[in-house]
Write a protein that binds this ligand. Structure first.
Ligand SMILES: *[C@@H]1O[C@H](CO)[C@@H](O)[C@H](O)[C@H]1NC(C)=O
Ligand SMILES: *[C@@H]1O[C@H](CO)[C@@H](O)[C@H](O)[C@H]1NC(C)=O
Ligand SMILES: *[C@@H]1O[C@H](CO)[C@@H](O)[C@H](O)[C@H]1NC(C)=O
Ligand SMILES: *[C@@H]1O[C@H](CO)[C@@H](O)[C@H](O)[C@H]1NC(C)=O
Ligand SMILES: *[C@@H]1O[C@H](CO)[C@@H](O)[C@H](O)[C@H]1NC(C)=O
Ligand SMILES: *[C@@H]1O[C@H](CO)[C@@H](O)[C@H](O)[C@H]1NC(C)=O
Ligand SMILES: *[C@@H]1O[C@H](CO)[C@@H](O)[C@H](O)[C@H]1NC(C)=O
Ligand SMILES: *[C@@H]1O[C@H](CO)[C@@H](O)[C@H](O)[C@H]1NC(C)=O
Ligand SMILES: *[C@@H]1O[C@H](CO)[C@@H](O)[C@H](O)[C@H]1NC(C)=O
Ligand SMILES: *[C@@H]1O[C@H](CO)[C@@H](O)[C@H](O)[C@H]1NC(C)=O
Ligand SMILES: *[C@@H]1O[C@H](CO)[C@@H](O)[C@H](O)[C@H]1NC(C)=O
Ligand SMILES: *[C@@H]1O[C@H](CO)[C@@H](O)[C@H](O)[C@H]1NC(C)=O
Length: 430
């Protein structure tokens, strides 16, 4: 028996299935979102969605009763299982889907394997719907029973394993052992610490592994009240264990960093459908580039908020008027000795111009013999593009070009520059 259990553990596919970014820099997101999926795709009143590490979206569509898989806006797969008002979905690394089927013929929670066989999870059919579910790497399924004011868990390794109470007494309350209409949950890998969005108490509760007494870490009753919550409904963590919270009643997304909690998205204090507004954001998720996606329930849309790149915080500045395309002080400087093969992020400032030239300069300008200019389009806010720098040499406007990157940091650009292929060539500015 002992060996059998050991074998099961070794044979298991491990790894987390969702993206958990490591922001080794001061992360910021563009407060203006774009709609990645609207009601045509997600239906009305979507409660939850899932994004795996391949950036595949899993949508339990309440209108069609299907699970729809999208790669960005492209529908890649339809799983027809006749869902009724499904509230939550989770996908494991091996592709197995766990979905709420309480109102469907299957009842409770069901597992859908790659071969599309649907297995209702034994013992999970309590007479209440699971609002949010989470499956850990070691195959423990956690379920937030909102109406029961309780979080229950069950091992998936053995069908008939008993349900475990992991948080809440079954009666609503606002003590450290009780919950009031808990919504989203997140279980930290390795530690199994459980985070609960305790909506009815306007707080986030942390139940350390195997403890039934919680610490309030954000909101009503927390030791450090840095921000007030109004019915939080979802929580996710990055690898630094910083929290990101859907503060649903305040129509905003809250994030944590070294100095505490602050509003990241929807910070105008009013709900709405503008690109910088949300209306009852219910759940959120990262993609594998650190962008944030929000289920903006009241607007029946999934909004994408781009991560503003790290190079926007870490660059060197160059204020050198001799780089201007208007400079005609001679032809003797070369960037091949200034930059090397490793990208250096540069922000041009002051009298020396604020960006690379985007049209061919006259020859022998910016104090070099082959004046460099960026031939390409500049990126939108929060975005990075790779493009070509050309050099003006005799009648050739694009001699010995090289690749660079450009990032739009909102109010300025930074350029990822490398050494040109030869001298005397220089990056010129306007
Ligand atoms: C996050 O990135 C930093 C710097 O790149 C690294 O030192 C750290 O180990 C990473 N953390 C995790 C959990 O991967
Ligand atoms: C949803 O988006 C698609 C494609 O972007 C568009 O064709 C459609 O009209 C949109 N639907 C609604 C209801 O806005
Ligand atoms: C979506 O489909 C279009 C056209 O079929 C294709 O050009 C595009 O690359 C696809 N996008 C993704 C993210 O797969
Ligand atoms: C879904 O329901 C329809 C009609 O109720 C039925 O015809 C169909 O076979 C069902 N599909 C599945 C996969 O259960
Ligand atoms: C499903 O949701 C719709 C809309 O919210 C509601 O009218 C309907 O009664 C629900 N069905 C079930 C079986 O709960
Ligand atoms: C992501 O894609 C890879 C390769 O296509 C596949 O092996 C892996 O199972 C996928 N991961 C998930 C979570 O679907
Ligand atoms: C999650 O925890 C398991 C041990 O329980 C460990 O083997 C695995 O590397 C961890 N995964 C991540 C992504 O940290
Ligand atoms: C805040 O917490 C206290 C007790 O800790 C509770 O009585 C009160 O109802 C909570 N307030 C709100 C608005 O949730
Ligand atoms: C409160 O804030 C201090 C300083 O930022 C921190 O050291 C402490 O861990 C916080 N306590 C809780 C319970 O979050
Ligand atoms: C390239 O230049 C940067 C900035 O001057 C410097 O920090 C880095 O060490 C250089 N790399 C190499 C490989 O020479
Ligand atoms: C730009 O080029 C770099 C290095 O060649 C590559 O890693 C990166 O993915 C590219 N970025 C874009 C937006 O194409
Ligand atoms: C967001 O949109 C507003 C209004 O359109 C604009 O003023 C602002 O610069 C945008 N912010 C970013 C970071 O793009």
């Amino acid at each position: 028996m002992f060996f059998l259990i050991l074998f099961l553990f070794i044979g298991k596919i491990s790894g987390i299935s969702y993206s958990q970014p490591n922001f080794s820099f001061n992360a910021l997101w563009n407060p203006n979102g774009t709609t990645i999926l609207n009601e045509t795709f997600i239906g009305f009143d979507l409660l939850d969605f899932f994004i795996d590490q391949n950036n595949t979206f899993y949508i339990p569509n309440r209108n069609t009763g299907q699970i729809l898989l999208f790669s960005q806006r492209n529908l890649t797969k339809t799983i027809s299982i006749n869902l009724t008002n499904s509230s939550t979905i989770f996908v494991k690394t091996n592709g197995n889907i766990y979905v709420d089927t309480f109102y469907s013929i299957y009842g409770g929670i069901s597992e859908i394997k790659y071969n599309m066989i649907i297995n209702p999870i034994k013992r999970m059919n309590l007479c209440q719907q699971c609002f949010d579910l989470f499956v850990t790497e070691n195959d423990i399924l956690y379920c937030s029973f909102t109406e029961r004011h309780q979080i229950l868990a069950k091992s998936l390794i053995n069908n008939w394993n008993l349900l475990l109470i992991v948080a809440g007494t079954g009666t609503q309350g606002s003590t450290s052992t009780t919950l009031r209409y808990p919504h989203g949950i997140f279980v930290e890998n390795l530690t199994s610490n459980l985070y609960v969005a305790d909506c009815g108490n306007d707080r986030i509760q942390l139940f350390q592994s195997e403890k039934l007494t919680a610490i309030t870490i954000v909101g009503n009753g927390s030791i450090n009240i840095t921000i007030n919550l109004n019915c939080p409904t979802a929580i996710i963590l990055d690898t630094s264990k910083y929290l990101y919270i859907a503060d649903s009643g305040n129509n905003r997304i809250i994030g944590q960093e070294i100095n505490g909690f602050s509003c990241l998205i929807g910070c105008s204090n009013s709900f709405g459908s503008a690109s910088n507004q949300l209306n009852q954001p219910l759940s959120l998720s990262f993609d594998n580039s650190g962008n944030i996606y929000v289920n903006d329930r009241g607007n029946n849309r999934i909004q994408k908020f781009n991560l503003i790149r790290p190079e926007c915080f870490s660059y060197i500045t160059i204020n050198d008027p001799s780089r201007l395309t208007t400079d005609n002080g001679g032809c003797f400087l070369c960037d091949a000795t200034v930059f090397n093969s490793t990208t250096t992020w540069v922000r041009f400032i002051g009298a020396g111009g604020t960006q690379l030239a985007t049209t061919p300069p006259l020859s022998n300008r910016c104090r070099t013999c082959a004046a460099g200019w960026y031939r390409g389009s500049l990126p939108a806010p929060g975005m990075t593009v790779n493009g070509t720098v050309c050099y003006v040499w005799n009648s050739d406007n694009c001699s010995m070009p090289n690749q660079i990157s450009a990032t739009n940091c909102g109010s300025f650009y930074v350029f990822g520059l490398v050494a040109p292929q030869a001298c005397l060539r220089r990056y010129c500015t306007i």
